[in-house]
Design a protein around this ligand. Structure first.
Ligand SMILES: [Zn+2]
Ligand SMILES: [Zn+2]
Length: 212
């Protein structure tokens, strides 16, 4: 089984953790959540010496998807995810860019929507898709069961959970997503999130104040 490697690239004024994820054996990669600052993302790709084969989106917020259209064009790859329920966010990215003072942000339509139970692959690394509504209606998480790690976007953070005061947010749904889909993955599962440090499911189960 090939090893997975990841590099975190902080992008946008929101310091979002754009993640370059690659298969060590094949040097094939995906870019997850290219919110903006594409020069930094291109630098990370060059530094890792990998070939990007797709863009994956965890959800439709500007700090995650704001640079997706430009990166798709630059790399000639498809955009996969999130769940279709975030279409309304992806169709208003340019407007959100103006509101947040971010220039050059474009609306984007993914090439492939994702749903609960779908699988996406990077070389021989397989990721299960979990639909985790609450932070946004179309948020998804990517889970690699073999290597016990997940990429959860803004659903769950170290010591916190995603905000639910934005359009389509639903706190009860968010907590339900975490408790029914992420916690059952197992305590040893490491996860990368959209903002801040990585954590494990076990650490959050034990100490996250929002999950008491
Ligand atoms: Zn978000
Ligand atoms: Zn975010």
């Amino acid at each position: 089984m090939s090893a997975a490697r990841a590099a975190i690239v902080p992008v946008t004024p929101f310091q979002q953790n754009c993640t370059l994820l690659w298969c060590e054996a094949t040097k094939r990669a995906v870019v997850i959540d290219p919110g903006g600052d594409l020069d930094r993302i291109h630098d990370a790709i060059a530094q890792a010496g990998v070939t990007v084969e797709a863009i994956w989106l965890t959800h439709g917020h500007i700090d995650h998807a704001g640079g997706a259209a430009d990166l798709k064009e630059a790399l000639g790859v498809s955009i996969i995810g999130p769940h279709r329920a975030d279409l309304f966010l992806l169709q208003h990215l340019a407007e959100a860019g103006r509101a947040y003072g971010m220039t050059g942000v474009r609306n984007v339509t993914p090439d492939q929507w994702l749903d609960e139970g779908d699988r996406v692959a990077l070389s021989d690394l397989a990721f299960d898709v979990l639909h985790c509504p609450g932070h946004s209606p179309g948020s998804v998480a990517f889970v690699n069961r073999d290597q016990r790690f997940a990429i959860v976007g803004d659903v769950l953070f170290r010591g916190s959970v995603g905000r639910t005061d934005l359009p389509g947010g639903d706190h009860a749904a968010l907590i339900r997503s975490i408790k029914t889909k992420l916690l059952p993955l197992g305590d040893e599962v490491l996860f990368l999130c959209g903002h801040g440090a990585a954590s494990t499911i076990g650490a959050e189960r034990a100490a996250n104040p929002f999950l008491r």
